[in-house]
Design a protein around this ligand. Structure first.
Ligand SMILES: [Zn+2]
Length: 435
């Protein structure tokens, strides 16, 4: 039953840092951190991240069945030994400066959680890493991001200097993940094996693309159903050898939403489905009477432009008198609001939400294999904004910026889905594949 074996020996190791997990969900676990003196500052964060992981994985998946876990911080210049996992034993990494809130502190946290997580995703759930890396690196990455998100952690965008200046922005975990998920030109389904991929970049997408696919599935299934299904997956398959089909079957059965689970697996696990929905056009215009002939009391008469304009301005005046407190964007004439939604990838269920000047809201469903659909509403008020995927269920969509439009310029949108942050995150993804 021994699946792997590793040991470490170094007479320069400092006195090990020892702590315990005595929380819910698992028997008492002794946690030991072995570290070289040059990375003394890393020992306490690694111990804390390991104990926090024990709490999270015990609660969300099931009991950690061993009495020990040992984390090793490799010495300076031994970075190649960092980020490796064995049952009850893993190597984290070492950083010169792990000031809380900086990118390095986050990296240390992440690598610790990730390598500990492998104790579950392929240690206890003994899947085949070479044939189905999604069950190993992919699910682990997903669960790591869940844990960090639950703790309110994101990827810090601040260096130590910027942090001293009071800059402490962070990028939400799953938004950071999707940037490494080859959204625009996905090359391999996440269920593909590890050894026959288009490129090493496509192999590394098994981490972030799986995390994004599973995150989107969770957004559609609901977190309670998802966690119940993953607990069942762990209960049924720990100390056995699950395959992707076993995961799919457990998710479908336990969530009770088989069609949804099977659709996501067909599109993203066994195939490579780009998702790219957008609002292509959005307008909301007042519908005014037009010049031309019309029937009044059975007689055809012609209204020229001048007469019409006089009529309109008289009607407006009267309406304003009657509605002195009326909001901008309302009036005596109806507004025709039209939204054109277009689809350039595989079909996913989408919701369109349109908000109007009086704060009223209309929603519509964009489903099925249609490439485009036009929705329209005639209301006494003008529309203000249109939002596709208002519940953020599809992070796999190539661009979230084109999911929303306002009829007045919205400056917050460009920041929310800024691609500037992508540059800062590039080196993070360069590291991912080695974990
Ligand atoms: Zn890994």
């Amino acid at each position: 039953d021994v699946i792997d074996f590793a040991f470490t020996a170094d007479n320069r190791f400092a006195e090990p840092l020892v702590g315990y997990y005595e929380g819910e969900g698992s028997p008492k676990v002794t946690v030991q951190v072995l570290y070289p003196p040059e990375y003394a500052s890393n020992a306490a964060p690694v111990l804390k991240a390991t104990i926090d992981s024990l709490a999270y994985f015990s609660r969300t998946l099931g009991a950690y069945p061993y009495r020990t876990v040992t984390a090793v911080i490799p010495p300076y210049n031994a970075g190649e030994a960092a980020g490796m996992e064995y049952p009850t034993f893993f190597t984290a990494d070492g950083y010169d400066d792990v000031t809380p809130g900086t990118l390095n502190a986050h990296r240390l946290d992440f690598v610790t959680i990730h390598e500990f997580g492998h104790g579950y995703f392929m240690g206890l759930l003994a899947s085949n890493e070479f044939e189905e890396p999604m069950l190993d690196e992919g699910l682990n990455e997903y669960w790591n991001n869940r844990m960090l998100s639950e703790r309110g952690q994101g990827v810090p965008l601040a260096t130590r200097l910027l942090k001293r200046l009071g800059f402490s922005a962070q990028f939400p975990q799953f938004q950071a993940e999707r940037m490494g998920a080859m959204l625009r030109e996905p090359a391999d389904g996440i269920g593909a094996n590890s050894w026959d991929r288009m490129s090493s970049g496509s192999y590394s997408s098994v981490y972030s693309r799986t995390a994004t696919v599973m995150r989107d599935l969770e957004a559609q299934l609901g977190s309670v159903a998802t966690e119940r299904a993953f607990k069942a997956y762990y209960a049924r398959w720990s100390f056995r050898h699950p395959s992707i089909a076993d995961l799919r079957e457990t998710l479908a059965e336990v969530s009770g939403q088989r069609a949804l689970v099977e659709r996501v697996f067909a599109q993203q696990v066994y195939a490579t489905g780009k998702i790219d929905d957008r609002i292509a056009k959005f307008d909301s215009d007042e519908v005014l009477p037009q010049p031309g002939t019309q029937l009044i009391d059975g007689k055809r008469s012609e209204l020229d432009e001048e007469t019409i304009e006089k009529q309109i301005s008289a009607t407006r005046k009267e309406w304003k008198k009657a509605n002195p407190d009326a909001k901008e964007g309302s009036g005596p004439y109806p507004f025709l609001t039209r939204v054109l939604v277009s689809r350039q990838g595989v079909a996913v269920p989408q919701t369109l939400r349109v908000t109007f000047a009086d704060d009223s809201v209309e929603t519509a469903q964009f489903d099925g294999a249609l490439r485009w659909q036009r929705f329209s509403w005639s209301k006494p008020v003008r529309a203000v904004s249109a939002q596709l995927d208002p519940e953020q269920r599809h992070y796999l969509d190539v661009s979230k910026a084109d999911d929303g439009r306002t009829l007045e310029p919205d400056k917050t949108l460009s920041w929310r889905w800024s691609s500037d942050a992508a540059a800062i995150l590039q080196n993070l993804y360069a590291l991912l594949v080695t974990l």
